[in-house]
Design a protein around this ligand. Structure first.
Ligand SMILES: *[C@@H]1O[C@H](CO)[C@@H](O)[C@H](O)[C@H]1NC(C)=O
Ligand SMILES: *[C@@H]1O[C@H](CO)[C@@H](O)[C@H](O)[C@H]1NC(C)=O
Ligand SMILES: *[C@@H]1O[C@H](CO)[C@@H](O)[C@H](O)[C@H]1NC(C)=O
Ligand SMILES: *[C@@H]1O[C@H](CO)[C@@H](O)[C@H](O)[C@H]1NC(C)=O
Ligand SMILES: *[C@@H]1O[C@H](CO)[C@@H](O)[C@H](O)[C@H]1NC(C)=O
Ligand SMILES: *[C@@H]1O[C@H](CO)[C@@H](O)[C@H](O)[C@H]1NC(C)=O
Ligand SMILES: *[C@@H]1O[C@H](CO)[C@@H](O)[C@H](O)[C@H]1NC(C)=O
Ligand SMILES: *[C@@H]1O[C@H](CO)[C@@H](O)[C@H](O)[C@H]1NC(C)=O
Length: 636
């Protein structure tokens, strides 16, 4: 049987090579897998109705087939003005051309998927004109809806961590060339519509527009991970595998040259009709004309409900805010100060990240940031509603050794209310290269060898990255707690979530794993900070927070925390869909986290993410790309 099938296959291939390919259809060209079965062949007498035109070609639509894996749309590539002028939308044409799988060969595009297109079109004959164009309606009122959890079968092969599995890039979509499974996988779904004219009904924006005016939406179909503002958060699916929000598509530049409107999270639009294409690493809908805004969400952003407690001996409030490249003269400093005072209610202690040195981005050897911090603290004190005046704490890094904006020397810092607690005395402050360790002091209580200090600053895990800032604190009656302010390495040089490499490359993930190991529990190190501290005092109050540049669904990064620390969102029962502090492409996502030790978990906790930036009316009205958070914990 197998032998016969092989022989038959060989004969079919041989015949195809001998005979010219006559009257093929669009669906013959598209086929049911990633790459065209007719790749490289010249086809004649292909017919289709012209559905849309651009400056670099047009799209045709053939007779549909029952197989939903097979698109009946096709891109015809030409830059010939004569050819473009010879066809009109609504024409039924016949043409010949070469079936090609195209992607740009420039280095930045090598992770793109191939798109099937007809190149070198010739012998174009207009058979008839003015045919009505009927787009395929996607979603509830149509026949086809995108799957809601997974992007690619190849991610699933990696196991329970799906698209966030480590190691990344274990296979390539276009090399495997599997048969499409559009009911299961989002990339397969959008690929099955490649070149087709579709309508997305009642689209909802899930991010701001990007620098090119493009924006992500979902339509009138089932979605998962939907948060109260209308965005789609990264969550775990019902099977425990991370959800990649494949039920989304990016709206590209309108084909008629009009401009997309300004967009923000939760804005809605009238129905969008356009062609599905793949470009710049993602599936796009190129609208025939600019989408029309249907509704805009309220511009009123509610402040946190958590407020500093009168029981300051036992109850502390904590704020966490990546203030995005803040220099002494930054224009966004006043807005950030008013956020801290009026929206975070001036927490007892603020964990801040991305404080630049006193000379900002000037690369002049200055590393100290006391002017930046003094200016920030002064602005907070003079903001309406400020309920306390902050002191601050930092450790200046070595010049240009901690990454971030060149010359800026960004670092983490604490702003704190020194009437409520102060540093545990008796230890010197650490310098940039001093590793601090937990140690049992003469009084039998755990303290730090340097206070404040940095964790393992010379470990290669922290190369070109911000070292954690640790402090041991004490209230007037002697209750202690420890804080670790983090800014893990960024997601630079990753690959597109809808690209060829599966699972996609999560830039910096290996370094983030190594960083969390040095903080929590590295099996290879004789000391790892949190594990050591908790072995000296299992009831220690430990609060680890900051910009982790990672979502908890990337379990490989946070694995060292398991059994030592619990995320406050989890401890406090925040609904999974409301756990986000950042918008990126199609996802509302949580990069900023607060983790606490079990002593704190047991006493009850609360945390809120305050969307002062990501609910802004426009991207230019944000003070930072991150939203701040505020939490309340009991330390006795
Ligand atoms: C294309 O169609 C024309 C008209 O029906 C026919 O004469 C011609 O042989 C066809 N060409 C091919 C290559 O099939
Ligand atoms: C991709 O798969 C299709 C369907 O099995 C097959 O016809 C085609 O030749 C394959 N292309 C390549 C380049 O493997
Ligand atoms: C377009 O022309 C082809 C070739 O004559 C024909 O088979 C097809 O039915 C026509 N399509 C429409 C919508 O008229
Ligand atoms: C155009 O049609 C003519 C006549 O059918 C044929 O000889 C020629 O090969 C066709 N050209 C292309 C590029 O297919
Ligand atoms: C994925 O791995 C392949 C080798 O298998 C390599 O050619 C490609 O550049 C990698 N892609 C990315 C995005 O790193
Ligand atoms: C802040 O102060 C202003 C003016 O005093 C007041 O109107 C506003 O309600 C206050 N906001 C909060 C969040 O308390
Ligand atoms: C910053 O620290 C330096 C060195 O200790 C000191 O001379 C300077 O006055 C401080 N500046 C501010 C604004 O506190
Ligand atoms: C440290 O990071 C810099 C900048 O990214 C890089 O050039 C260098 O190779 C890295 N060194 C080590 C030991 O990883």
């Amino acid at each position: 049987m197998v032998y016969r099938a092989l022989v038959m296959g060989a004969i079919v291939v041989a015949l195809r090579q001998l005979l010219p390919v006559c009257a093929v259809s669009v669906t013959d060209i598209q086929g049911a897998s990633w790459l065209s079965p007719l790749r490289g062949q010249t086809v004649h007498n292909l017919s289709g109705i012209v559905t849309a035109k651009s400056t670099s070609g047009f799209w045709i639509q053939g007779e549909p087939v029952a197989d939903v894996r097979t698109s009946n749309g096709l891109s015809v590539f030409t830059s010939s003005k004569t050819i473009l002028a010879s066809v009109n939308v609504g024409d039924n044409i016949s043409l010949s051309g070469v079936v090609s799988e195209f992607r740009s060969t420039s280095a930045s595009n090598l992770n793109n998927l191939f798109i099937t297109e007809l190149q070198s079109p010739a012998n174009i004959t207009v058979l008839s004109s003015d045919h009505a164009i009927v787009p395929l309606v996607l979603g509830a009122s149509g026949t086809r809806s995108p799957p809601t959890q997974k992007l690619s079968a190849l991610d699933g092969d990696a196991g329970a961590d799906g698209w966030l599995a480590v190691p990344n890039n274990q296979s390539l979509v276009d090399v495997v060339n599997a048969t499409l499974q559009p009911d299961q996988y989002g990339m397969d779904f959008w690929s099955s519509l490649e070149g087709q004219l579709v309508t997305v009904k009642s689209p909802v924006a899930i991010d701001f527009e990007n620098d090119f005016g493009e924006f992500w939406v979902y339509g009138d179909w089932t979605v998962t991970g939907k948060n109260s503002r209308g965005g789609l958060s990264i969550t775990f699916g019902p099977d425990g595998v991370p959800d990649a929000n494949p039920e989304t598509v990016i709206v590209g530049s309108p084909l008629d040259g009009t401009k997309n409107p300004t967009v923000s999270l939760g804005k809605t639009f009238e129905d969008i009709t356009g062609v599905i294409v793949y470009q710049f690493g993602f599936y796009y809908i190129l609208p025939l004309t600019a989408p029309v805004v249907a509704s805009t969400p309220s511009s009123v952003i509610p402040p946190a409900t958590i407020k500093p407690s009168s029981d300051s001996e036992c109850t502390i409030t904590i704020g966490d805010y990546n203030v995005e490249n803040m220099a002494p003269t930054s224009s966004h400093m006043s807005t950030v100060a008013s956020h801290i005072a009026s929206f975070l209610n001036t927490p007892d202690i603020m964990f801040v990240q991305e404080i630049q040195d006193n000379s900002g981005t000037k690369d002049d050897g200055v590393v100290i940031a006391n002017l930046t911090l003094t200016n920030l603290v002064t602005k907070i004190a003079s903001a309406a509603n400020a309920s306390s005046t902050y002191s601050f704490l930092e450790i200046a890094p070595q010049n240009d050794m901690d990454g971030g904006e060149p010359g800026g020397n960004i670092r983490q810092a604490y702003l704190f209310d020194d009437t409520k607690f102060s540093l545990v005395p008796g230890s010197a402050a650490g310098g940039a290269l001093d590793a601090t360790h937990p140690v049992v002091g003469v009084d039998g209580k755990v303290t730090l060898t340097f206070n404040p200090g940095r964790i393992d600053p010379t470990n290669p895990a922290w190369n070109a990255s911000r070292k954690p800032l640790v402090a041991a604190w004490e209230t007037p009656s002697g209750v202690r707690f420890f804080t670790i302010n983090l800014h893990l390495t960024a997601k630079l040089d990753g690959s597109s979530t809808q690209g060829d490499a599966r699972p996609p490359v999560n830039g910096g993930v290996d370094q983030r794993i190594a960083q969390v190991e040095t903080i929590a529990a590295d099996p290879l190190l004789s000391q790892a900070f949190v594990q050591d501290l908790l072995s000296m005092d299992p009831n220690a109050n430990v609060i680890v927070g900051g910009d982790c540049n990672e979502y908890v669904q990337t379990r490989a990064v946070f694995a060292p925390f398991v059994g030592l620390l619990t995320e406050l969102d989890e401890a406090s029962g925040v609904p999974a869909v409301e756990r986000y502090t950042y918008l990126f492409d199609q996802n509302s996502q949580q990069l900023d986290h607060l983790f606490v030790s079990s002593a704190i978990v047991q006493r009850g906790t609360a945390v809120e993410h305050v969307h002062v930036n990501n609910w802004a009316e426009s991207v230019s009205k944000r003070a930072s790309d991150h939203d701040p958070s505020v939490a309340q914990v009991q330390i006795c």
